[in-house]
Design a protein around this ligand. Sequence first.
Ligand SMILES: CC(C)(COP(=O)(O)OP(=O)(O)OC[C@H]1O[C@@H](n2cnc3c(N)ncnc32)[C@H](O)[C@@H]1OP(=O)(O)O)[C@@H](O)C(=O)NCCC(=O)NCCS
Length: 156
Amino acid sequence: MDIKINKVAKKNRKILENLMQLYLHDLSLYFPIDFNSNKGLYEYDLDPYFDNNYAFFIKSNDDILGFVLIDDNGDNNYEISEIFVLNNYKCKNIGENAVSKVFNKFKGNWTIKAVPSSPKAESFWKKTISKYTKDNYKLLHTGKYDRAEFYFSNNK
Ligand SMILES: CC(C)(COP(=O)(O)OP(=O)(O)OC[C@H]1O[C@@H](n2cnc3c(N)ncnc32)[C@H](O)[C@@H]1OP(=O)(O)O)[C@@H](O)C(=O)NCCC(=O)NCCS
């Protein structure tokens, strides 16, 4: 499937907020995430992604397949803070394809911290980063959840 990544315009913030709820609910399978019962939602501050960080929809034609959030930590240091592919589209290489496009857009030092306690997320990142970097990356496991952290540079 041909996909593209499109920067999320401010006028489409509500769509991203809706998708974020599905994403956080998915993640809560792996570790506890606070649910605000008064509002009936998970809290997530998206303000930075309409300021100095970046939010992209993953799209095919007009269909939204998911999203990617990127933190710009300055001096060409970037981090993928969140990635989500809707269930209908999972395991079709869409996540990998989207991430490669993001890496090609921002050249510098990359950090990726996989969701803790999710073997699926860790194997996704291992597959995607080892292919993109031709195995030229560093992998650490840290903290009480033994969280996988990947580091590489693509600024050459
Ligand atoms: C992780 C995620 C973004 C991957 O997107 P995707 O489009 O399904 O990924 P791809 O098709 O490119 O790659 C799939 C790979 O991810 C892993 N994977 C993801 N979901 C999996 C599943 N349900 N079962 C088995 N492996 C899975 C495998 O390594 C698989 O590789 P393979 O197809 O060669 O076996 C998607 O599953 C998702 O949105 N998950 C919920 C949110 C999440 O965990 N985000 C990661 C935050 S760090």
